[in-house]
Design a protein around this ligand. Structure first.
Ligand code: 6R9
Length: 651
């Protein structure tokens, strides 16, 4: 065979690096190779026919008249249809005689276990919906959820969906200021929270944080009418009469039916970091999100009645929406959720739960995998992980070393590993390998899922040849795509459809191999990915600049073996001040939450700026990474700054 027949030596090498799918897995997979091929072709050639067929699996109170109405960049899916996501995730299964099937298994950090069948979950959600209604929540009202990973989080999300009151879940690690900003931005008057949560054996305050947030929200003219409080830890909290209600006291006996809402009725808002300014309220609506959350769960996680699926993501993130909650429940399958730290009481906690609950499919983040890997093979080896049959990764690129460790040590070499690329904005998985179809290439997400039409483009919008890095874009609309940035169509258009003419621009760089595998190279904008959490450099900078001793700040990511990226802050003090690094960390923590705390701080004599005053983060990234400065420094106002900066101690 000649060199060219083989498609080039790199291609052979890449193909060899791929890990074939296990034959026995392929035999039983929900999606076969032939089905992927046929469905994929149909989904991009005649999307309306394809999605119409998928939507037929669900209950519609009123059938839709049109599958897609695409007025770029605004899409409406299943137009004219009425449905309800909570109905489709609960009532539909119970009505089909599957009420006795296990829906949810929860374990608390202290070891307490609670289980709910579909019939029980329906009852809980129906009662929660009635309770919220009694407190004054109406269709269309935004409800803020600030809860730990407890069953009430699941009940609350589904209850909001049942009423048609879009939820806005705020991750429990965010501080009061972040909650208040999100409440004000979304005009949310109601909050569901708990007295507190558990983390590494310690009590985490939640209700007291909500109290502060409510004050801050009111200072931004955002009234707070009702706070529903789950009694979870039993810690002392202050209750404000008239506003605050204990969940167990307010809970009604009666249940509430699912409201028939329009297919484009807002299902939830989820605030995420963009490259500038305040977090964006990503808006997802009902019908399209429902259909694609379910389809991707079915295809990627291969769920069957015998499975117990554990997606370790907190409901504060999109993964916790689509795969810890909605996707698997829409399929009528069983989910496992856990409240607590992954290393409490020790590094065996995950494996112990997998053994005890016989979890079959595990979906987690590279940052967690790397931290387990660092603690050695001996810990997982002590547990029986033979129930596992499929593993998934999400949140950031997974380095091949961690991929192989996950595959070998956790998956016993027998489980396929899927590396799923997607975003808060995309609502559902976009790129992956399917476990019964595609060989996996460690470090490379894989191929597009149904209806996803990716292209690797340059700035001018020209498609790049194979293996060349460029901007990851999506050409056609897909059902679970964000509909807008809440209250700001202009920002939606500018951020996602303004960068490159006519296509959705994800903010990531990527390259595609000759045979179609896409490797995501990471963000090309000022968005940091710290342990799989999205943060914008601008957000951390504004928090630092708010400190009275700080005049200016520039934040960059520093490659980090464990976290993917760590936060590196260059801080220019106010004249005559010497800010203390520990205090600055605590200050940012207090403003934004622990996730945003800078790992490294340099109190800088000056910042490298162009003559027009723009901070050159490119050079700061090199300094942070401990590299020698490369590139043209002549545009700098004072090139000597770089040398002085490199010599300044890192705190
Ligand atoms: C689902 C989720 C989105 C950003 C995304 C990208 C990074 C996520 C990835 C990945 C490489 C993967 N990302 N999964 N990068 N390979 N498998 O994480 O949503 O929090 O919005 O983050 O995360 O940079 O743009 P979100």
């Amino acid at each position: 065979m000649t060199h060219s027949e083989q498609g080039g030596i790199e291609h052979i090498m890449a193909a060899q690096a791929r890990v074939p799918i296990p034959e026995d897995f392929a035999q039983q997979a929900n999606v076969s190779e032939q089905q992927y091929r046929e469905w994929y072709r149909e989904s991009v050639e005649s999307p309306e026919t394809f999605w119409d067929a998928r939507a037929k699996d669900f209950h519609w109170f009123k059938p839709y008249e049109q599958v897609l109405d695409w007025q770029p960049p605004f899409a409406r899916w299943f137009v004219g249809g009425k449905t309800n996501l909570s109905y489709n995730a609960l009532d539909r299964h119970v009505a089909a005689g599957r009420g006795g099937k296990r829906a949810l298994v929860w374990e608390g950090e202290g070891g307490e276990v609670r289980e709910y069948t579909y019939a029980q979950l329906l009852e809980e959600v129906g009662r929660t919906a009635a309770t919220l209604t009694r407190l004054g929540v109406k269709q269309g009202d935004r409800v803020t959820i600030y809860l730990p990973m407890i069953p009430e989080a699941t009940f609350s999300m589904l209850a909001c969906a049942r009423i048609g009151a879009p939820h806005s879940v705020v991750f429990g690690g965010f501080a009061a200021g972040a909650i208040a900003d999100r409440m004000a931005a979304s005009g949310s008057e109601f909050v569901i929270t708990a007295d507190g949560g558990w983390r590494k054996g310690e009590l985490v305050p939640l209700k007291s944080v909500v109290d502060q947030a409510a004050q801050l929200a009111e200072a931004q003219s955002q009234p707070v009418r009702g706070v529903l409080v789950v009694q979870h830890t039993g810690q002392d909290v202050a209750m404000q009469p008239g506003r605050d209600h204990w969940w167990h006291e307010a809970r009604t006996e009666e249940t509430q039916e699912a409201a028939a809402v329009g297919s484009e009725h807002p299902l939830f808002l989820l605030y995420t970091s963009g490259s500038t300014g305040k977090p964006k309220g990503i808006l997802h609506t009902t019908g399209g999100y429902m259909v694609n959350a379910a389809l991707t769960t079915h295809a990627v996680f291969d769920l069957k009645d015998s499975d117990l699926f554990w997606c370790t993501a907190d409901v504060g993130w999109i993964t916790g929406h689509s795969y810890s909650t909605y996707g698997p429940l829409l399929l009528g399958q069983s989910i496992f959720i856990y409240e607590g730290a992954h290393n409490h009481p020790d590094w065996g906690r995950f494996w112990d739960m997998i053994e005890r609950h016989r979890i079959t499919v595990l979906y987690t983040a590279p940052t967690a995998i790397r931290s387990f890997m660092r603690h050695g093979d001996e810990t997982p080896a002590k547990y029986d992980l033979s129930s596992l049959r499929l593993l998934g990764s999400v949140g950031e690129p997974i380095n091949p070393q961690a991929w192989h460790w996950y595959h070998r040590v956790i998956g016993g070499g027998r489980c396929p590993v899927v590396d799923t690329w997607w975003q808060t904005e995309t609502g559902a998985i976009m790129l992956t390998t399917l476990p019964g179809v595609h060989a996996a290439e460690p470090g490379t997400a894989g191929v597009p899922l149904f209806g996803i039409d990716p292209a690797i483009l340059n700035r001018q919008g020209e498609e790049l040849p194979a293996d060349e890095g460029g901007f990851l874009t999506i050409r056609q609309p897909w059902p679970s795509m964000l509909r807008t940035v809440y209250g700001d169509d202009e920002r939606f258009q500018r951020s996602y459809y303004g960068e490159i003419e006519g296509v959705y621009f994800a903010g990531d760089g990527a390259r595609r191999s000759a045979d179609g595998y896409i490797t995501v190279l990471g963000r090309v904008d000022d968005v940091l990915n710290v342990s799989g959490h999205r943060l914008s450099t601008a957000e951390v900078e504004s928090a630092l600049v708010a400190h009275p001793q700080v005049a200016e700040a520039a934040v960059v990511g520093k490659p980090d073996e464990m976290k993917g990226e760590s936060i590196f802050a260059f801080v220019l003090p106010q004249e005559g001040e010497t800010p203390d690094a520990a205090e600055l960390r605590a200050y940012v923590s207090g403003q934004l939450g622990k996730v945003a705390r800078p790992d490294h701080i340099v109190v800088a004599p000056a910042l490298p700026k162009t003559r027009s005053g723009k901070i050159m983060r490119r050079f700061l990234r090199q300094i942070a990474a401990g590299k020698t400065i490369e590139g043209d420094t002549s545009t700098l106002d004072d090139p000597g700054v770089l040398e002085r900066l490199a010599k300044t101690p890192v705190q």
